[in-house]
Design a protein around this ligand. Structure first.
Ligand code: CUA
Length: 320
């Protein structure tokens, strides 16, 4: 289908969003036309002084008819709800083989980082036909990562990770905007998403200056910040071990269960007293104020890299 207002449809998600948009537009447009036509024709037909019949309704318009059209509309709107929400739900969880990239927003720029550590400012290169998951956080105000051609928009919050994913379907350069008013230069907080052929992306990535990848930076921080004193495999301190933690469900001492995702790891670093793992003492100090957002992302990436061997192998298989 043609793109809305000639905006390119550059992801699989964009196609779904546009189909729903056009579906709703056609449906509500024709409903409106029908209602207007009836209003006008009834106004003309039953105007004062006309001799149209004003007696009881014909036999046909009885209870069954009423029930029929009410349930038909109910069914139709139930279908619309299912259609739109299933597209939204597909947009939430990224496929397991998604490439992971990091975004840090600040007044007033977008800082992005690839899994091998290559960094960019106000730009992000991605391969076509490959799911890409962005893990995003802000250093200051609330920003919003908005790529109109991708039909994705996600708020980027300080002190919290949010994520989105997309799979680009065509190569090209697409504008990235900030969609949340974030101060004086909000309107200048722009960037571009460069979608490349997969080989070109691989080449481009190898040409970027060597940066330590996030997990390696995190591994160094893990030692430098003293985390390893308690959380390393061989440590004698009674603290939760981190191997295989990421993605698992954790039993907390107050009976709750939480999934060990990016947000849980960030919270555990910054507010360690909040979610105490069952069987452990609340002895960990908070690292709030001691680590910046980039460092927390690196530590999270390191913990993520400690997924068990088995889980790692499964992910690799899906990549093949
Ligand atoms: Cu960042 Cu508006």
């Amino acid at each position: 289908m043609n793109a809305i207002f000639s905006l390119p449809e550059a992801t699989t998600h964009a196609v779904r969003v546009d189909q729903i948009f056009y579906g709703l537009l056609i449906l509500s447009g024709s409903t409106m036309l029908l209602v207007f036509a009836l209003v006008i024709s009834f106004a003309a037909r039953y105007r004062r002084g006309s001799n149209a019949k004003r007696g009881p309704l014909p036999e046909f318009f009885k209870r069954e008819f009423e029930i029929g059209w009410t349930s038909a509309t109910l069914f139709l709107f139930g279908f619309l709800f299912w259609w739109a929400s299933s597209a939204d739900i597909k947009g939430i969880a990224a496929p397991a083989n998604a490439l992971e990239m990091h975004v840090v927003a600040k007044q007033w720029m977008w800082k992005t980082q690839h899994s091998n550590g290559a960094r960019e400012i106000n730009a992000l290169h991605v391969p076509v036909d490959q799911p890409v998951r962005l893990v995003m956080t802000s250093q200051d105000a609330i920003h919003s990562f908005f790529v109109p051609a991708f039909r994705v928009k996600q708020d980027v919050l300080p002190g919290q990770d949010t994520s989105i994913w997309f799979q680009a379907t065509r190569t090209g350069v697409f504008p990235l905007l900030c969609a949340e008013y974030c101060g004086t230069n909000h309107s200048a907080m722009r960037g571009r998403i460069v979608v490349m052929r997969q080989e070109d992306y691989a080449n481009w990535l190898t040409r970027q200056p060597e940066g330590d990848d996030l997990a390696h930076v995190g591994a160094k921080l893990f030692v430098a910040q003293g985390c390893s004193g308690c959380h390393a495999e061989h440590s004698s301190v009674h603290a939760p071990k981190l191997t295989g933690l990421y993605g698992r469900t954790v039993q907390l001492s107050d009976g709750r269960q939480v999934k060990a995702d990016d947000q849980y790891i960030r919270d555990s670093i910054l507010q360690p007293k909040r979610d105490i793992v069952a069987g452990y003492e609340p002895i960990m100090p908070s690292f709030s104020g001691l680590l910046d957002d980039g460092e927390i992302q690196s530590l999270t990436a390191y913990v993520r890299s400690l997924r068990s061997e088995k889980a790692g192998a499964a992910t690799e298989q899906q990549n093949d």
